[in-house]
Design a protein around this ligand. Structure first.
Ligand code: UT7
Length: 331
């Protein structure tokens, strides 16, 4: 549990969705799929697709500006920027440095965290830990993804699932207002790294004519295996964090899950015994936006009035790695 002496608050949230929307029917025009199949298997109706200017850093910056305005915090008061992404603008420098530059601030600690779809919760825990040292007061935590840039648009088993977007939160150890971060529980199992990956583009398979011809620079996934692991690890980490904090599932006002697949979320709802109505859902509009999924949903939940002062909120995610994570927040 987070030490009460230096409590960390979420003082603002923000999000950004690219303008262009791609519906299931639009997809069916160029891959062998249908709205019926996609909606029945996933719950997704449409997703946003970034244009050339909407890079991961540009979308992250837009979401960050909204979160900073909501927190009423000047960019120059940000001491730490942690960005979760698996689609950075480039391998280096970090997307956090690019966002820092876009925001026109200097001096903050900037780093990227790569934990795929669990990335935002990993980034939040890293930022919370840094704030708790007492050396920093305000952190910007961003989840941003341009997944359209790594999708194989000829692979119907993956390209229908994902979308682009960004979300952000301002965390502060310097504020008495805001939602209190209660706890985190993160984990990973690297022995399952091959079920969801992008093999090319790193140092083991750098870009060559052969790697391009072998389509190694696209996201690869064994969907059924990922599905089973997701149901198992997301349910377990949710139960673990609740037990760790002596909170019963029925005491949760809202669950903000990683928006990957409605059937996965339904099974978490059954396992926790929490009615699906208490889950905040927006995957029909955005599909799976990986590290951006939770912060976009959190921002929309907050703005739509779903989160009320005093509510206990559970955030829960899983992703490539495998990674998983959960966080409890008192709104
Ligand atoms: O953040 C983590 C990201 N990953 C996930 O969350 C993915 C987890 N996995 C899933 O969500 C599901 O496994 C999928 C939605 C990806 C697939 O659903 P499924 O019920 O596991 O389907 P499947 O892979 O077993 O495929 C069933 C059939 C196959 O045809 P046959 O072999 O039965 O003839 C596929 O070829 O559906 C076919 N299929 C499609 N048909 C129409 C696969 N993709 C499509 C498609 N449109 N887009």
């Amino acid at each position: 549990m987070i030490s009460a002496q230096r409590s960390v608050k979420i003082t603002g949230t923000g999000s950004y969705a690219p303008r262009k929307s791609l519906s299931n029917d639009d997809l069916a025009k160029f891959v062998d799929t249908s709205d019926e199949w996609i909606f029945a298997r996933t719950g997704i109706k449409e997703r946003r697709i970034a244009d050339e200017e909407e890079t991961a850093s540009a979308m992250g910056t837009s979401a960050a500006r909204v979160a900073l305005a909501e927190a009423d915090l000047a960019p120059e008061s940000v001491d730490v920027i942690v960005v979760a992404t698996m689609t950075p603008d480039m391998l280096f420098p970090s997307t956090a440095c690019l966002i820092q530059n876009d925001l026109g601030i200097a001096g903050a600690v900037c780093l990227d965290v790569e934990a795929a779809c669990s990335g935002f919760l990993y980034a939040m825990e890293v930022a919370t830990g840094l704030l708790q040292t007492g050396r920093y007061r305000n952190a910007l935590v961003v989840g941003t993804e341009k997944l359209s840039s790594i999708l194989d648009w000829e692979d119907r088993s993956t390209c229908v699932l994902f979308g682009d977007g960004a979300g952000a939160a301002v965390l502060s150890s310097d504020s008495s207002d805001g939602a209190t971060v209660i706890d985190f529980k993160l984990g990973a199992d690297g022995s399952k790294s091959d079920v969801l990956s992008m093999p090319g583009g790193g140092s083991s398979i750098p870009a060559t004519q052969d790697s391009l011809a072998a389509r190694q620079h696209f996201l690869k996934m064994r969907g059924r295996e990922v599905f089973k692991l997701a149901v198992k690890v997301m349910g377990q980490v949710a139960l673990d964090i609740l037990e760790q904090n002596d909170i019963r599932p029925d005491q949760l006002s809202c669950v903000v899950p990683h928006q990957a697949n409605m059937r996965i979320i339904d099974s978490i709802s059954s396992r926790l015994g929490i009615p699906i109505e208490r889950f905040f859902l927006n995957l029909d509009k955005y599909g799976n936006t990986s590290a951006a999924s939770i912060p976009i949903a959190l921002d929309e939940a907050a703005r739509s009035g779903r989160l009320k002062s005093g509510d206990t909120v559970l955030l829960v995610a899983f992703g490539a790695g495998l990674t998983w994570g959960a966080s409890l927040v008192k709104w």
